[in-house]
Write a new protein. Structure first.
Ligand SMILES: [Zn+2]
Length: 186
């Protein structure tokens, strides 16, 4: 089983002291925090393309690398990184060919139904005041999505004005970065 393989590897990893190459502190050496997408292609490519090593940054990931609500867990994490963990710059990094681009919420809901989620269960979410379709919706273009996330954070009452919030798009094949918002200019 997958989990057992992980646990077996872990015993080997610990037993051979491989962790020693990763020792660092919990404060980010580069004094920055990154919000990006959970895309598999970015796990190693993004840090390599940006010269980021273990310990260098705070890294937050979600589907799309998006801020969808000013009071969601993404923004909370970014605020903690800035106010508690000494991050002095924020980078929001979307990517080309993202699964959240033009994601159709009705497709997601159909998938939920095939997994046994009933209409009634979806209704309980709606009853909690969540517009499920809106909550699951993707974005039209990644540049717009990044710019929108930057502006939600930039305008956030709890985000200090002196903290630059940058917006970028990364190519998941080559690692090439393109700039959407240069936070120093805001
Ligand atoms: Zn993505």
């Amino acid at each position: 089983m997958y989990l057992d393989n992980i646990l077996a590897h872990n015993r080997e990893f610990i037993g051979s002291n491989q962790y020693e190459g990763y020792k660092t502190s919990k404060l980010p050496n580069q004094k920055s925090v990154i919000l990006t997408c959970m895309d598999t292609r970015l796990i190693e490519l993004l840090p390599a393309a940006m010269n980021i090593k273990n310990g260098d940054v705070k890294m937050i990931k979600n589907a799309g690398g998006l801020i969808t609500s000013p009071y969601g867990s993404g923004v909370r994490s970014l605020l903690i990184a800035v106010h508690v963990l000494q991050a002095e710059e924020v980078l929001i990094i979307g990517h080309k060919d993202c699964g959240m681009q033009q994601l159709d919420p009705s497709f997601v809901m159909e998938q939920m139904k095939t997994r046994g989620i009933s209409k009634e269960e979806i209704q309980t979410v709606t009853d909690d005041g969540i517009d499920v379709a809106e909550w699951l919706a993707g974005f039209e273009t990644v540049e717009e999505a990044v710019a929108n996330s930057v502006s939600i954070l930039r305008e956030h009452p709890l985000m200090p004005g002196a903290i630059p919030v940058h917006g970028l798009v990364i190519d998941p094949e080559t690692g090439e970065l393109s700039l959407v918002t240069r936070g120093y200019d805001a």
